[in-house]
Design a protein around this ligand. Structure first.
Ligand code: AMP
Ligand code: GLY
Length: 426
């Protein structure tokens, strides 16, 4: 099988790392990739949203499968673009079309979808410039904190959580006035959900699904969940408090109704679904859907997958998931993200990374790295993820941190407390 994977983060290195273990894989290209994917596949200098160039490359290399990593090309319709071309009638595509990707592309759509299909989620109201006054009134009926979300994609920055009603009402106007550009021309106001956040991942072929497990990521830059939000500073999988009873509830109340809801709505969804959940005392509710894998969650979910990923993707793309064997490693996997000093604010690029060749018993997934004159240098805020297994979570964390200590680059930063909040009893 000749496969083209779109993306350039730690997520894509982890997907590539798993795919190259498949005897079915003949050749893997990654566009645009990073220094990690360059070591195990061939990088191609094409942007993930340059659909014409992607199509030309698929023709040139006779690609049989396209796997889409990030959300932007999905929301912009890469699947629809390729599928409407007669030359690609046999091309396998992993990732939903525009009609499915809107689950992530529009918070209002996602909320309507959940309401329609009885999926637990926070109460909400969608506000446009035409009904601001009603929005202000709705805010006044809620208890603080107040949650305001830009409807569209806003690079992970479109959610405001505010303590003060007057401030929330002002921010509502400012968002509708263009604070996040077009993304906030509609705003979803939500009731605040209390509890602990957890993510659950699944793949579906539009009819059946396989659950890839749960994960918790650590979004803030500082230890003890302090400071600015980042793309993710580390992750663990599975999450110890996600016991059998909780997982059953998630499957019965959320995953199955979502897959069935997509089917009922006539959406032929083939790809990943990332369920961002709040666990309120054992009762899960959906905070958000993403139509891709998480990063750094993929760096702990993929290592635990025992199934051949190319076979799994073939089943997703061709609608044969029900007949596909599927297994996960029972062990814990943890990852610690190494980031550039200054991230998530401004940071330097181009610093030489050294020491990762000394890593033992961990997997190093590259995120923001590139090759420059034979050396691997930093090329983004999140630089590398160090993933490890352990029968106990503590053992996995110890391995990750022991190997993190061997890696250096100028102003390297990382959180020292990944997984610490989950350690009792595991
Ligand atoms: P989202 O982009 O929708 O995942 O929101 C970003 C973050 O805001 C989430 O990861 C939560 O930490 C928080 N959040 C979003 N919606 C809610 C809610 N209704 N209640 C509590 N926290 C929320
Ligand atoms: N780590 C969170 C995300 O990928 O959205």
């Amino acid at each position: 099988m000749r496969v083209l994977l779109l993306g350039s983060g730690g997520r894509e290195h982890a997907l590539a790392w798993k795919m190259v273990q498949s005897p079915e894989l003949e050749k893997l290209y990654v566009a645009p990739g990073n220094a990690g994917t360059a070591g195990i596949a061939e990088n191609v200098n094409i942007s993930v949203t340059d659909f014409e160039a992607i199509a030309a490359f698929v023709v040139e290399k006779d690609i049989q499968m396209v796997v889409v990593g990030p959300e932007d090309p999905l929301v912009e319709g890469i699947r629809d673009f390729l599928q409407c071309d007669v030359r690609f009638k046999d091309l396998m595509i992993v990732g939903p079309g525009k009609d499915g990707a809107i689950l992530e592309g529009s918070k209002d759509f996602a909320k309507q979808f959940m309401k329609r299909h009885g999926i637990p989620t926070a109460a909400y109201m969608t506000v446009t410039p035409e009904n601001v006054a009603a929005g202000q009134e709705f805010l006044a009926t809620l208890r603080p904190p107040y949650v305001l979300k830009a409807d569209g994609l806003a690079a992970g920055k479109g959610v405001l959580i505010l303590q003060d009603l007057k401030e929330a009402q002002r921010e509502l106007e400012s968002m509708l006035g263009g604070k996040f550009g077009k993304a906030s021309s509609r705003v979803v106001i939500e009731e605040f959900l209390h509890g602990i956040e957890i993510s659950v991942f699944a793949v579906t072929d539009g009819k059946d699904y396989k659950i890839l497990g749960s994960a918790k990521d650590y979004k803030r830059i500082g230890e003890g969940d302090t400071g600015l939000n980042t793309g993710g500073m580390g992750a663990v999988s599975p999450v110890p408090f996600a016991d059998e009873a909780f997982n059953r509830k998630v499957e019965e109340k959320i995953i199955r109704p979502t897959v069935e809801g997509l089917k009922k709505d006539g959406i032929d969804y083939r790809g990943f679904i990332f369920f961002g959940l709040m666990n309120d005392n054992g009762g899960p509710a959906v905070i958000e859907y993403n139509v891709r894998m998480g990063d750094p969650e993929t760096e702990v979910v993929m290592p635990r997958l025992k199934t051949d990923l190319v076979q799994l993707f073939r089943a997703v793309a061709t609608g044969c998931l029900a007949d596909t064997a599927f297994a996960l490693d029972e062990r814990y996997c943890t990852t610690v993200m190494l980031v550039a000093g200054g991230y998530p604010g401004s940071y330097e690029k181009g610093n030489v990374i050294s020491g990762f060749e000394k890593v033992e018993d961990s997997i190093v997934f590259h995120a923001g790295t590139k090759l420059a004159e034979g050396q691997i240098v930093t090329n983004g805020g999140r630089v590398m993820a160090v993933s490890s297994f352990g029968h106990k979570m503590e053992e996995a964390l110890q391995r990750s941190y022991c190997n993190v200590a061997k890696i250096t680059f100028k102003d390297m930063n990382y959180r020292r407390d990944i997984g610490q909040d989950l350690l009792s009893g595991c």
